[in-house]
Write a protein that binds this ligand. Structure first.
Ligand code: FDA
Length: 311
């Protein structure tokens, strides 16, 4: 990564964590309009409309009710209630989709037991409705705690109803992938959206990519159904090559992408018979998610500025 890109990325990630800005940003209508490129909308109805459109194009989804780093038990209860509503709605609409949940949304930053109890309620409902909960991965301070909770839920509910996420930016990921696969836990592999230090993470994009490819091979060779989550054409191409070498059927794994990013690639893969799932975030607390999307591609800042100037 060149120094200017790296600096803009750090600045955007720094801004993504500013509590004061979170509140202020969501009150600026023009910014909300721009965020809509990456976010289905602020309400469950907006998310359902987006999903209908994606399902009609042969794409499945994973819904994410946006909120993270929640600080009070009451707020975590409101998040659980929203997820129960969401699972019921997916069922009613017969939408082809599951849910993604963040443990800091369930209270992980202040009470690990509460986070486990909250996540357990969501996974129990998912099991009752024949659905699946993907536990998103957040900053490295919570990696171990997140995997501990996923393992506890997996022991209780089984691999069909809960799965983990691993980030190829972290040194530990390849070993985590081997251990989780041996336990029968389904994984979403991504590069990692958080800014991490050299004590825990690769700093060079090439190393992150190489770790992605090594881990992808561990996943594809495991015989479990995993998600390869990337918009990087090289990562996708290498996944296809490895799958062909191992004579895997197209339905042996799925590709996953984010709402609003590389629609062309999503359609190309669906056209070739590969399952594609799109991550559909919605809700009022879109600011940190939106800022991470800008940080991934600082060129997106120009898109924001252009739209701002249009008014
Ligand atoms: P990379 O960043 O190298 O981008 C490759 C190409 O993709 C770019 O050249 C560009 O064309 C396109 N692209 C990527 N990001 C873009 C953007 N924001 N705007 C426009 N174009 C863009 N992370 C995490 O830490 N925890 C998690 O739980 C998840 N969950 C998750 C689910 C799903 C379904 C996906 C696809 C991704 C995540 N992520 C995540 C985010 C992930 O870690 C990563 O930050 C982004 O996917 C970007 O990385 P790429 O693999 O796309 O490669």
């Amino acid at each position: 990564m060149d120094p200017t890109t790296s600096l803009s990325r750090s600045a955007l990630m720094f801004l993504s964590r500013r509590e004061g800005l979170k509140e202020a940003a969501t009150r600026v209508p023009a910014l909300g309009r721009v965020a809509r490129r990456f976010i289905a909308g602020e309400t469950l109805e907006d998310a359902v409309a987006a999903v209908k459109e994606l399902n009609a194009r042969g794409i499945t989804v994973s819904f994410d009710h946006l909120n993270e780093a929640v600080r009070t038990p009451d707020e975590t209860r409101a998040e659980v209630a929203e997820y129960l509503r969401l699972l019921a709605r997916i069922d009613q609409e017969k939408a082809r989709g599951n849910v993604s949940l963040k443990l800091t949304q369930c209270g992980l930053l202040f009470d690990k037991e509460l986070a486990l109890a909250n996540a357990r309620e969501v996974v129990a409902e998912a099991k009752r409705r024949g659905s699946f909960v993907r536990v998103d991965m957040e900053q490295s301070e919570v990696t171990q705690a997140t995997l501990d909770v996923v393992r506890a839920l997996h022991r209780e509910f089984g691999g069909k109803h809960v799965g983990a996420v691993l980030q190829s930016s972290l040194y530990r990921t390849e070993a985590d992938a081997k251990a989780l696969c041996a336990e029968g836990i389904r994984i979403r592999l991504c590069k990692g959206a958080y800014l991490e230090g050299p004590d825990v993470a690769y700093q060079d994009k090439r190393e992150v990519d190489e770790c992605f490819l090594r881990t992808m091979r561990v996943l594809l060779d495991s015989g479990l159904y995993h998600g390869i989550a990337t918009h990087d054409e090289r990562m996708i191409q290498e996944t296809l090559v490895h799958a062909k070498e191992k004579k895997l059927e197209p339905g042996a794994f799925e590709f996953q992408m984010l709402y609003g990013i590389r629609r062309d690639l999503q359609e190309l893969l669906v056209g070739e018979g590969y399952p594609v799932r799109v991550y559909v975030p919605y809700g009022k607390h879109w600011y940190p998610y939106f800022m991470r999307r800008l940080a991934e591609r600082p060129a997106n800042v120009w898109f924001v500025l252009k739209n701002f100037m249009k008014g």
